[in-house]
Design a protein around this ligand. Sequence first.
Ligand SMILES: C=C(O[C@@H]1C=C(C(=O)O)C=C[C@H]1O)C(=O)O
Length: 355
Amino acid sequence: MDLDTLRKKIDEIDQEVLKLLNERVRTAAQIGHVKRLEGSPIYVASREEQVLRKLGALNQGPLSDEAIRAIYREIMSAAIALEKPMRIAYLGPEATYTHQAALKKFGASIDYIAAPAIPDVFHLVAKGDADHGVIPIENSTEGAVSHSMDMFFESDLKICAQIFTPISHSLISLSQPNEIERVYSKDQAIGQCRNWLHAHLPNASIHTCDSTTKAVQIAKDDPKAAAIASILASDLYGVPVVAEGIQDRLDNTTRFLVIGKESSGFAKGVEFKTSFLISVDHKVGALEKALGVFSSRGLNLSKIESRPSGKTAWEYCFFLDVLGHFEEETVAAAVEDLKAFCPFVKWLGSYPNAK
Ligand SMILES: C=C(O[C@@H]1C=C(C(=O)O)C=C[C@H]1O)C(=O)O
């Protein structure tokens, strides 16, 4: 076929695609109406994952599953915006890695609010100024973001989704590396580039600041300074990248959480993760007994992290991640068991265990 004929064919296909897309978002708007009557949440992470999994199973190519997910991310974003204008608070300012994770999850049709600090994300959602919030929770190189974890002690907000984002850091500066005297970034980002900094900028002093974006703002005003941040932040502030991919591990990935007033309901065909916060008695075998509640039911405990209780020195609480949904019988029964002997058990949410 010649070019004109092929382009005519594309135009005809686009007409059909457009008609179907509008039909799809009109149906989503109707769903939004039903949800408003029921008072149920507009964004439903488990349903989205179910739709994406079904599409993955139906897909015969040549589009990759990744491409289907990216395309549908924007279709769903537009659908949600028609159901209700939605606001997502994230740990800002603009162009942070959390901002990028939020965009990846919610797409371009949603309104975003940059919050100055992690507690502000929680407060905006709790007050109803934002429908959901996005916060970093752990990094594959540096481990837990303890400030985020500790917020769950006091907050009643629930986890409704998780987002995994590969993190590639750049050195951003008005000067070349041999002229840099000071390096600025968020503590977590500095920790992810420790070996690189030691090898390439051994004489530079290292300074922490509130965010990777803030670091770029500093580097914009101080030619002897460099920031560790994303290429997006370098573009936004017009400060050049002088070295790329400076993180110590190639597979450096951060896990972010979406928080909201409600967790994510169960959906068939979707694998779930459930997070808990517990404390155990100061007794021999108390922690082992708590963990045994899950293993005896064949439940996979995918993570355990201890944090100081915040009440008494040298007393700890434990964050647990278990594969399964709180609405599933085995998980619910395990929790009932825990409640019988643990002084404190708090369910933090069940959400799709999508990578
Ligand atoms: C349409 C719905 O609302 C939202 C949009 C979805 C979609 O476009 O498929 C899926 C889940 C929700 O986040 C729904 O709940 O089914």
